[in-house]
Write a protein that binds this ligand. Structure first.
Ligand SMILES: [Zn+2]
Length: 319
């Protein structure tokens, strides 16, 4: 599973960072999921290999503009590109109302169906590849995290067993690997008996804005990655009085350490953070503060940074 960041800025865009958006890509196929859709997310998508036709569902964490103002434009462009297949939107109920009003006002007609799920009343959402649950967070408006869990892991063929039973390597092995039962020398071989699942089912939590990371304690059990906002360092949060809305790097890193999360990716940085280390505040300050509290695998997101969660649950940056 890959995570591709489309925007990593909080509140407003900067020259280096667009507002929030993130794509999740399963290992195979062209299908993908979008979490949050800040303004100009569709422009960011144009700089990637993502196709609007492969987009399965959009998950919105909360109603603030830096997380959803890109929706009407993206939906309209999907229509212009000839999308016909339904698109799922999992979001606060207000988003559905807002889009209906926007479409009515602009006399827009989408030639595909929007299938809405109100996150406040959602038990779980799933398709053939993932199960998704929502976790309530703490922010100025209702905000949620989404926990994506894959439904299947790669099955591995027990070749030693096949060899021991005298089944020669060849097309029969391929069919068994695909889940097909086969006949060999008059005997029926059940695929299931020759497959094993050595890899864990991977889970990724993507948080919305949140000043209380402890709310993710239960969801973090068995999770492999937490993507969470770290809008400020402690010092800057103190200065701007933002403690009751957002998370500092220290707060989220301490939580990830307590929850024993193996991989942590910080994002949603205040626009005041600079990429030039000569200037202050420097984006590296966020990393320094987080590292003081968390010894796991830590990354700071950047626009267009792509991370791969391998089959064993290790996250690494690939682009
Ligand atoms: Zn935000």
């Amino acid at each position: 599973m890959d995570i591709l960041f489309l925007g990593t800025s909080a509140g407003g865009p900067t020259r280096q960072r667009n507002v929030t958006g993130l794509a999740l890509l399963p290992d195979q196929g062209s299908e993908w999921y979008l979490v949050d859709c800040g303004e100009a997310t569709q422009h960011q998508i144009l700089h990637t290999s993502l196709s609007i036709h492969g987009l399965q569902a959009i998950f919105i964490t909360h109603v603030h503009g830096d997380h959803c103002y890109g929706l009407p434009g993206l939906l309209a462009s999907a229509a212009m590109h000839g999308r016909k297949t339904p698109l799922h939107i999992i979001a606060p109920a207000g988003i559905q109302h807002w889009l209906q009003v926007t479409h009515a006002m602009s006399e827009s007609f989408l030639p595909y169906e929007l299938v809405f799920t109100d996150v406040e009343n959602m038990d779980a959402w799933h398709d053939h590849a993932v199960n998704v649950s929502a976790i309530k967070l703490s922010h100025r408006v209702p905000s949620h995290a989404y926990r994506f869990s894959e439904k299947h892991t790669e099955a591995v063929l027990d070749t030693a067993k096949l060899q021991a039973e005298g089944v020669p390597a060849g097309p029969l092995w391929g069919r068994l690997k695909k889940g097909e039962d086969v006949i060999h020398e008059g005997k029926k071989l059940i695929s299931h008996d020759y497959l094993h699942q050595p890899y864990p089912l991977r889970s990724i939590i993507v948080g919305g804005d949140n000043d209380a990371p402890g709310l993710l304690q239960e969801a973090s059990q068995q999770a492999h990655v937490l993507v969470h906002e770290a809008t400020y360092t402690e010092e800057v949060a103190e200065k701007v009085g933002a403690r009751v809305q957002h998370c500092s790097a220290a707060a989220v890193a301490s939580f990830a350490a307590t929850a024993a999360l193996p991989n942590l990716v910080l994002t949603h940085f205040s626009a005041r953070y600079q990429h030039d280390s000569e200037r202050s505040p420097f984006i590296g300050d966020i990393e320094t503060e987080a590292r003081a509290h968390y010894q796991g695998n830590l990354f700071l997101a950047e626009d267009f940074a792509r991370f791969r969660l391998d089959k064993t649950g290790v996250l690494s940056r690939i682009a």
